[in-house]
Write a new protein. Structure first.
Length: 452
């Protein structure tokens, strides 16, 4: 490989680490809303494809690791993937175990990354010869995924009954835009709809402020007190195998391995499925919570990495929630990338491997060290110097901007409609994973219903 190109890849990886370390420590920053705009900017600026992929791999590893820190320290979700960890992290925090929780999350992330990359690369190469066979059934796989996640959830009937109405909502908006000529008939709006789902609970909370009764119930004369532990740096070991127990290493490793084979399913759904499954085998509450946060942190990395690596290398189409959401720009960013001409077609297998390894090694090493040694100081800076409302406002504006870019002014209201609907269902018990899978499956569902 050319030395200059390798140097550029290293610089891109370091830039991703620097940017997403601080973004990740801000509570409430959705992965898609902070990854898509930067990825689009790099692509539209004419950045070489291998640099783009290196940056993106570093970004998702750094973001997923740092996103879990607000959860461990103050009980606030960093992003969608850290939401399933809140209950277990709060239990450990209330027992003065924030220090070890942070270390276990960081160690779990290393395991998830180390296992998922080689497994995903092998699976991508095995699936590549069958790409033409798999592509026609992509939407059917999403339908089966939505049904599967519904059946393993707590509110099975509610989740199952929500699939078709949600599919109708997504497709009706698309047909509205096509019918009025707002977007070409061959353009499938997905990214802004995806973001509408992710901000659903936030939209519900904001709209409830417009209701006088709800606003009155929210009034308080007390400030919310957030305490950041001061003993975060007592333990100096960086060895993940000294931080985790053998059972935690085994649980995180097995979950990370098997999640690669289910890359078409929602990462949130897989985190809940595997994380709770291994945690429920423990009787001691502290051991249960500790195993859960370790395994879930590993899954946050393995699901995202496999969800990008396998579709990108093997298929060239976004056949996973990660590739349709956070990684959507890598597959389709007109006029630079299209579905028929993207990174899959521009990079060789060697290029893919180099970009993934360089991005993963640099971001994992630096992010792991930073989390172990400086998580407390960074969190304190973010939580005391950066207003939470300002950050949320910034990312909502990003989402509205992307909605406008997708389909103009009308799509801003379309995304708000999706946010209100999905946010309400989320509060009723239909989790993100089912909603995301329904979004991807909507074209197939409506096509089959129309033919009946």
């Amino acid at each position: 490989m050319d030395i200059i190109l390798l140097f550029q890849m290293v610089v891109a990886s370091l830039a991703a680490v620097a940017l997403y370390t601080f973004i990740g420590f801000v509570p409430g920053t959705d992965e898609t809303s902070v990854l898509v705009p930067v990825s689009l900017a790099l692509i539209l600026a004419g950045t070489p494809p291998i640099i783009i992929l290196t940056f993106f791999i570093s970004a998702i590893i750094t973001l997923n690791l740092t996103n879990s820190m607000p959860t461990a320290l103050v009980g606030l979700p960093g992003g969608v993937l850290s939401s399933p960890m809140i209950e277990h992290a709060l239990y450990l925090k209330n027992r003065g175990l924030s220090t070890i929780t942070i270390k276990k999350m960081a160690a779990g992330s290393l395991i998830g990354t180390a296992i998922s990359i080689p497994v995903a690369l092998v699976l991508a190469n095995l699936l590549a010869p069958f790409a033409a066979t798999i592509q026609p059934y992509a939407s059917l796989l999403f339908v089966l995924g939505a049904i599967f996640l519904s059946l393993i959830g707590k509110h099975k009937l509610l989740a199952l009954f929500s699939i078709i109405p949600l599919a109708l909502l997504f497709q009706s908006l698309r047909y509205l835009y096509w019918g009025t000529g707002i977007v070409p008939a061959d353009t499938n709006i997905t990214t802004s709809f995806f973001l509408g789902i992710t901000i659903g609970p936030l939209i519900i909370s904001l709209f409830s402020l417009l209701n006088k009764e709800s606003r009155t119930d929210m009034l308080t004369d007390k400030l919310k007190v957030i305490t950041i532990p001061k003993n975060l740096n007592e333990e100096k070991t960086l060895n993940p195998f000294k931080i985790l127990t053998k059972q935690e290493v085994t649980s995180a490793s097995l979950a990370s391995f098997f999640s690669n084979f289910l890359f078409v399913l929602s990462p949130v759904g897989l985190i809940i499925l595997f994380g709770e499954a291994v945690a429920n085998r423990k009787k001691d509450p502290i051991e249960k919570a500790s195993t859960a946060v370790t395994t879930m942190s590993a899954l946050a990395h393995s699901t995202y990495l496999s969800g990008i690596i396998i579709p990108l290398i093997a298929l060239g189409i976004p056949l996973s929630p990660t590739s349709i959401g956070p990684g959507s720009a890598l597959f389709n960013a007109p006029p630079v990338f299209t579905v028929d001409h993207n990174l899959h077609h521009l990079l060789s297998r060697a290029d893919f491997t180099w970009a993934i390894l360089v991005g993963a090694v640099i971001s994992s090493a630096i992010s792991y060290f930073i989390i172990i040694r400086y998580a407390g100081k960074i969190s304190q800076f973010v939580l005391t110097k950066i207003p939470h409302e300002a950050v949320l406002g910034l990312f909502i504006s990003f989402i509205l901007l992307l909605a406008y870019m997708d389909a103009g002014l009308i799509n801003i209201f379309g995304v708000l409609l999706i946010g209100i609907t999905c946010g309400t269902l989320n509060k009723m018990g239909v989790n993100y994973g089912i909603q995301f899978m329904t979004l991807y499956a909507a074209p197939w569902i409506i096509e089959k219903l129309a033919s009946l």
